[in-house]
Design a protein around this ligand. Structure first.
Ligand SMILES: [Zn+2]
Length: 180
């Protein structure tokens, strides 16, 4: 598998997937399987592909800010595979008629060694879907447990650090909304 390139897709004003970039299918085959191929995702709500109410409300807040401020909003997130640690920028840009263009730009790729989360980890810990750190008690930390290899549902949430980064991006977008 080659280096991941920039993936782009567009959402309608109702957050349905309306267009995906040419490199969508090769990436989907490597990462999400047949269910994630372009013909299978087209027209469907983005929320069908987002795990956890926490992550949905996080993304929804970013979408709202980009649309209402009429400006781009960017956050970082981890989109790892089992073989690579991948840090991305998610760039959200408003388009005509309430549509949004979402670009996933790889900014740092490194090989890593991971293992499947244990049953005990899945039962007692939550994983931040944005930075892939796990919550152990009150602390958040890196782990070799890779949620993509889990054999049971992962409790995906958004950690305070990622929430704060998103809030800064939102505040920045909203503070510029009347400047034209
Ligand atoms: Zn996080």
């Amino acid at each position: 598998m080659g280096r991941p390139r920039v993936r782009v897709y567009e959402l309608s004003s109702q957050n349905r997937i309306m267009a995906v970039s040419d490199n969508w299918d090769p990436f989907a085959r490597g990462n999400g399987g047949a269910a994630a191929l372009a013909h299978a995702v087209m027209g469907r709500p983005i929320w069908d592909f987002v795990s956890g109410v926490d992550t949905r409300s996080y993304l929804n807040a970013l979408f709202f800010a980009a649309r209402s401020a009429g400006t781009r909003v960017a956050v970082r997130y981890r989109g790892d595979s089992a073989a690579e640690r991948r840090l991305y920028h998610l760039l959200i840009e408003p388009q005509a008629d309430g549509a949004l263009r979402l670009s996933h730009l790889p900014i740092d790729i490194a090989r890593h060694m991971v293992r499947a989360p244990t049953a005990a980890e899945l039962a007692s810990q939550s994983c931040c879907g944005q930075c892939l750190r796990w919550r152990k008690g009150q602390t958040w930390g890196a782990s070799e447990a890779f949620p993509g290899l889990a054999r049971a549902p992962v409790d995906y949430v958004v950690c305070p650090q990622c929430r704060a980064e998103a809030q800064r991006a939102i505040d920045q977008a909203m503070s510029g909304r009347h400047v034209h």
